[in-house]
Design a protein around this ligand. Sequence first.
Ligand SMILES: *Cc1c(COP(=O)(O)O)cnc(C)c1O
Length: 419
Amino acid sequence: MSGSSIWHPFTQHGLGEEIPLVDRAEGALLHLADGRTLIDAISSWWVTTHGHANPRIMAAIAAQAGKLDQIIFAGYTHAPAEEVAAGLRAIMPESLTRVFFSDSGSTCVEVALKMALGYWQARNEARHRIVVMEHSYHGDTIGAMSVGERGVFTQPYGPLLFDVGRVPFPAAGAEQATLDALEALCAQGDVAAFIVEPLVLGSGGMLFYSPDILAAMQTICAAHGVLFIADEVMTAWGRTGTLLACEQAGVVPDILCLSKGLTGGSVPLAVTMAREEIFQAHWSNDRAKMFFHSSSYTANPIACAAAAENLAIWREEPVLERIADLGTRQQQRLDALAATGVIDNPRRCGTIAAVDLPVRETSGGYLDTRQPRLVAFFREQGVLLRPLGNTVYVMPPYGITDDQLDTVWAAIAEAAARF
Ligand SMILES: *Cc1c(COP(=O)(O)O)cnc(C)c1O
């Protein structure tokens, strides 16, 4: 695409890498403009759940587009938004009574942080500190970066990011250190909220930890009155084997962030769900105490129609069975590859499978020089994969076929041997 003036995200244009032109997609298959096809093994960056161009969701979008495109959401409402809110209330934890709309994972995290800080402000308690987990990712806006892992991605903005408390990642065998650190921070009395990705740290390298630890962390927060924010932007909608990852730990957060698969991965939309007390803390007859947050496209009707249809699919189709089946199919391929001994640390959580390529001299973390070569190699094999450093993960749409999955894992086996 030489001649294009587009500045792409997370792309070093100076490397001159190919930027394919994608024409259309269905299921797990992408069709490029030049006739090539690619199997989308990362759900187009973790968003596509059922498959691309799901016919029910596409029809819902088309129907809504013929009716109401956009409406200011301050002081107005519409049927698709009401339907999404009611649908979420019906399947999400009962105590999350309030639904605030926004438009991306980063913005629903910003909303969650502002809700938590507003809650303590309204209660006149001086709690301003946010506690986070090492290796976390919560988005790329300034607030979301502040609560995420610092590194090469955030280095230029470091002086502007706010300070947070950090607990170590609960690596196997070192879980107690995480719990002790969380206890010590929460005991200081100035912590407003703890934000965490339940069970899987995605961008941090597909790092998994156990439901027991998630539950233990919530118990500590609850004991100190610290709000527990679950960022399920990636983990929700069945990715980890259950609708929410929190379910596996019996954890109900105070604030829940949802985006990516909320519309089945078709169009942008996000929600932040909150407990009634958090809403009530902002409830007053004083206009100075309202929740000061909005984006222009808050609860866009077309996006809400897509989300409402996604919720209907969850109610009416055997989605959890498809997810369980995909987990089994992933495990079979993972076991077969692990048996060859060419990869390290094979792991799976629900539909997500990951392996680490052996670390060679060239390894440089996220900027591992193999990464762009691997991406290009996988593309030659007809597969869209985007390793995180030396971690190769497969997070496909739930409708991926057996043949497609075989092609993906064959490409990984080949890469493990070559790179
Ligand atoms: C992707 C992601 C985000 C950011 O979502 P965007 O829609 O890209 O802004 C936030 N949190 C987690 C856990 C994510 O995986």
